[in-house]
Design a protein around this ligand. Structure first.
Ligand SMILES: [Zn+2]
Length: 346
């Protein structure tokens, strides 16, 4: 029986990889594809440990090699991301938005030097969709004829943005959102050891993204920002059009914050729909149940559905670079037209 890999969820993928490692039947390239913050990089890093480990029962997590993989300092492991590109090319950090062909060429040169410590050489490309078309075409050559000791591990949140020829030359491992209960249970164990109530809250808010839950636990500003976001929503619903216009202006100025705000609001409206349709399970904002239940009594399903649809159209419009101020104003003002704010009807 092999060591249990320290991965939360993804049982199917883990057992597949464990089998392939045990039989020495690994493919030369894997593509881990799925939503952000679900553990794709953790899984690729553990697979790298399994191959480079010097212990008896890889990945032992304890030997010098395993520790070096965690610190990203193993001589037979190369990470190919934007910070690595900054170092490789000696460029400014602010100039890094895509993975360039020059970087791929440098990595390729390094790959043809034999491993120093282990039997394998592992290349991790955490956001493979950031390769330019030229970089991806250059990388194809490595995928077609890799040196026998090479293992190429790509991860992506946007598999549709990769060249089909890249995808077809990798063994694709699709990864999905985790079950809320899996996250809730994991957070109560070491190293996090959260109280049951906090584990439950973070697991629900994470929407199945273990990475988000861990970040929210480690960085208190994550929950504070969410709190602020939901308070803004209450101001939008209870306020007048002047206040809505002010909020629209503020959001349009801060595109990243604006998108996060819309993502949080959409969970709130989805919860509202769930309550209105009599479903009590599956709420994301479990700590807001009372407030949601109150609004659910005064809004009707059609109003909620219309607000959620308009919100999703706004997200899509902003993703396609429309005028942000106009998009925000149209959305927030629609909330005063679609129905009186809930507060005034209670
Ligand atoms: Zn080890």
């Amino acid at each position: 029986m092999a060591t249990k890999w320290p991965i939360i969820g993804h049982h199917h993928a883990v057992s597949l990889l464990q089998r392939e490692v045990a039989r020495g039947e690994l493919a030369h390239a894997y593509l881990f594809a799925g939503p952000p913050q679900i553990g794709k990089q953790t899984l690729s890093s553990i697979l790298a440990q399994a191959l480079l480990c010097q212990g008896d029962d890889p990945p032992c997590g304890d030997c010098d090699s395993c520790r070096r993989v965690v610190r990203r300092q193993h001589p037979d492991l190369q990470i190919l991301d934007l910070p690595a590109q900054t170092r490789l090319l000696g460029e400014k950090t602010s100039a890094q938005h895509v993975l360039k062909i020059e970087t791929i060429r440098k990595v390729q040169q390094g790959l043809f030097r034999r491993p120093l410590q282990a039997d394998h050489k592992v290349i991790l490309i955490p956001e493979a969709h950031l390769m330019t078309t030229a970089a991806a075409n250059a990388f194809l050559k490595t995928l077609e004829e890799p040196p026998p000791y090479a293992l190429l591990l790509l991860t992506t949140t946007q598999v549709e943005d990769l060249l089909p020829t890249i995808v077809s030359r990798c063994q694709v491992v699709p990864l999905h959102l985790l079950r809320i209960t899996e996250i809730e249970t994991a957070l109560q164990r070491p190293p996090w050891k959260l109280e049951a109530a906090q584990a439950r809250l973070l697991a629900h808010l994470s929407g199945g993204r273990i990475g988000w839950a861990i970040r929210a636990h480690e960085d208190s500003s994550v929950l504070e920002e969410r709190q602020e976001t939901l308070e803004t929503l209450q101001r939008v619903l209870a306020g007048d059009d002047l206040e809505r216009m002010e909020i629209a202006e503020r959001m349009a100025r801060l595109p990243d914050q604006g998108m996060e705000t819309l993502a949080a609001w959409s969970t709130w409206w989805r919860d509202l729909l769930l309550l209105q349709s009599g479903a009590d399970n599956g709420l994301t904002n479990v700590d807001r149940r009372d407030e949601l239940a109150r609004v659910a009594r005064v809004w009707d399903v059609a109003e909620t559905y219309s607000a959620l649809s308009t919100l999703q159209e706004t997200i899509s419009a902003l993703e396609h670079n429309v005028n942000a101020l106009l998009a925000w104003e149209a959305f927030l003002l629609s909330l005063s037209v679609s129905g009186q704010p809930a507060e005034s009807r209670t």
